[in-house]
Design a binder for this molecule. Sequence first.
Ligand code: UD1
Ligand code: CA
Length: 477
Amino acid sequence: MTPTQDQPHSTPLEATPLEGWVAVVLAAGRGTRMRSALPKVLHPVAGRPMVDLVLDTLAEAGCADVVVVTANAGDEVPRAVEARARVAIQDAPLGTGHAALAARAAAGEASRVLIVNADLPLLRAETVRALIEGHDASDATLTFLTAHVWDPTGYGRVVREGGRVRAIVEQSDADAETAAYNEVNVGLYAASAGWLWPTLEALTPGPRGERYLTDIVARAIEAGLRVETHTTEDPSEAQQVNTRVELARAEITMRDRVHLHWMTEGVTLIDPATTYIDVTVELAEDTTILPGVHLSGRTRVGRGTRIGPNAIVRDMVIGADCEVGASTLEGSTLGDRVSVGPYCHVRPGSTIESDAHLGNYAEVKASRIGAHTAVGHFSYIGDADIGARVNIGAGTITANFDGVTKHRTTVGDDAFIGSDSLLIAPVEVGARARTAGGSVVTRDVDADTTVIGVPARPHPAEHDDTSQKEDGPPSRA
Ligand code: UD1
Ligand code: CA
């Protein structure tokens, strides 16, 4: 399935909130075909759990009132969704019809009910909205979404007579002729509540003890009620996820949509096939993403920044006109015009201020690196506050851990830390102070002072007062 080329993944829809509707998300299935300890609907697609993608879609379509049906109170799914929806518990996985009925009490008095399967990560808000509006505009009791797919395997087939819908026939119940139909049930339904709830109650279990939600179509037809369909022109929306194979297909399609969206927004992707951008990421115009880049989580990238090749960027806020070479950056902030890498690791809790430079093999953790500061080569800067315009020489290390606790290092503005300096925290190096190459700094260094040696002591050329002589001459032993 290919996405339509004119629909980016996330142009927010200006939907007016729906009145009199409740949405029910079916998320209580066992997902056995995934063969996973993680509930199926929590598997991410382009970085976001499927059930969250469906909830995003409903919110964008204007569904403010949402009930998620989940397996049981101890499940991870209720915890994942409870901030955004009411939770109803289906106590045993007795089928989609049984699951929908489990939402009845939580659904309250809404006159119309939208039901959606939680394993439809590619469903679009526009489509949900069109189905709802079509339902409201007709006098149908039930409206459901269909798609024409190349391979209908695994879907309920839409059976028509003279163009009118007769039934949805599940794969397991389909004879050869029906199985060949390629119009399928996507898993999105709109129904009038007064008819739906008693109809769900009256559903009888099939041979495997499951009550099929899809049987409500035949029930409505038998009762002489009107059933309408809405057909999406983009069959990728029907991509459900029952297996890991389908999960990978959904991932590919979602990634395509995300790429299309950002290219439309003015982002250059040198090689979309090797670029991985989560749905949660935001990019400004004129950013360039080189091959082999993974942008994930709450990452934001400013205008004119170049990233890659081969960078892993997670939960980062990156300013404008930065250059990020092959590196791993996590949970931190880069100002503007920062250059990083290649081969840096910026770990969570760091702030790299504007015009700073992190060169080859620098690791920074929970630290501030001031503006115009350079950490050129092979350094570990952890739990440190480094001022502006500081030069951190090659191989500088903040020894922040004494085996029990972490300690902080502070370096003032315009300081010069010589190559291979070891700053034993807690320690403070004052503004404009200098450490000679190879210094092991065990005590605070005053501003405007040069220290040298192991342990580092004020440089004799600068400090010839007798009080310093008690410690003996600096040595580089
Ligand atoms: C369902 C439809 C099928 C449709 C397909 C496409 C039925 C009977 N069949 O099949 O016509 O083509 O989706 O999306 O509905 N769930 C529960 N409780 C249960 C069982 C399932 O909450 O007891 C939830 C699942 O978590 C899932 C959704 O309902 O999110 C659909 O269930 P799933 O098992 O995926 O149904 P399919 O066999 O794919
Ligand atoms: Ca499914």
